[in-house]
Unconditional design. Structure first.
Ligand SMILES: Nc1ncnc2c1ncn2[C@@H]1O[C@H](COP(=O)(O)OP(=O)(O)OP(=O)(O)O)[C@@H](O)[C@H]1O
Ligand SMILES: [Mg+2]
Length: 241
């Protein structure tokens, strides 16, 4: 669990603690996500995975400790600047999709651009919609899509701004194996073709094996790391948690 430092890191956490009343969801977690790396985060339910992602992405503020994105200390930024940095540099795929029901798929996907005051280039939108296999669904509302299609729309929305870092909280949890593979391929491509950094929470050792390394959380702490994971080795480590 060697700490990486400097500009090779896309996101860096130092002694990050997050408490909710009596509950300590994260305990002094220090971790650096390498730029252009694909990291899976695993751990039992309640071990702090979502809290870890929310703190690392600037969606939530730690109770104590430091989070840096691209070297910028989030704690030193005012709310508006933090929001802007998140919009410009971060993509987030929520476990529950969080698509806006009254908007078309295309409008959902381009929403982060509009929020950032940027134009949605039609060719780029068409390209990303094609990549996620939703070309014939782009004009539909989310309620007219299957769960897998909604998740792919949520991934397109996270990728549309070409963020430096993409956080995905169990994006394949509700998907059939084939759709899950498509989603993982998209995330892998974001790393390999576009040099983006991906952090993926998953319960699935096969999904984790798509990553360059796996970080294991237990009781709000990082307890293990596995580089170049295979599904079998991930399962073995998982069982020993
Ligand atoms: N908003 C909140 N208020 C109070 N407690 C919370 C809140 N969010 C999380 N917790 C608690 O913090 C701990 C870690 O929660 P977290 O959601 O990070 O776990 P997780 O590893 O993502 O679990 P799961 O696999 O079930 O999604 C849990 O004990 C949870 O009950
Ligand atoms: Mg969670």
């Amino acid at each position: 669990m060697a700490a990486r430092t400097g500009t090779a890191c896309a996101v860096q956490l130092e002694a990050v603690t997050r408490t909710y009343g009596e509950v300590t969801a994260l305990k002094e977690v220090s971790w650096a996500f390498p730029r252009g790396g694909f990291t899976a985060v695993m751990g039992p339910s309640g071990s702090g995975k979502s809290t870890f992602l929310h703190c690392a992405s600037g969606l939530d503020r730690p109770t104590s400790g430091t989070v840096r994105i691209g070297g910028v200390d989030l704690g030193a930024l005012r709310e508006a600047k933090r929001t802007r940095l998140r919009r410009e540099r971060i993509g987030f795929v929520f476990q529950a999709f969080n698509l806006i029901p009254t908007m078309s798929v295309a409008d959902n996907i381009t929403l982060p651009l509009r929020l950032a005051g940027r134009e949605a280039d039609p060719a780029r939108l068409a390209g990303i919609v094609r990549r996620v296999g939703l070309s014939d669904r782009a004009a539909h509302r989310p309620s007219e899509l299957s769960g897998g299609q909604q998740q792919r729309a949520a991934i397109a929305r996270a990728l549309i701004t070409e963020p430096e870092v993409v956080f995905a909280d169990e994006p394949t949890g509700a998907l059939d194996p084939r759709t899950a593979r498509e989603v993982l391929r998209l995330l892998r491509e974001a790393v390999d073709a576009a040099g983006q950094t991906v952090v993926l929470v998953t319960h699935d050792p096969v999904a984790a094996s798509w990553a360059d390394s796996v970080v294991f959380l237990s009781g709000g702490r990082i307890v293990d790391e596995l580089a170049s994971p295979t599904a079998a080795e991930v399962s073995r480590r998982w069982e020993s948690l």
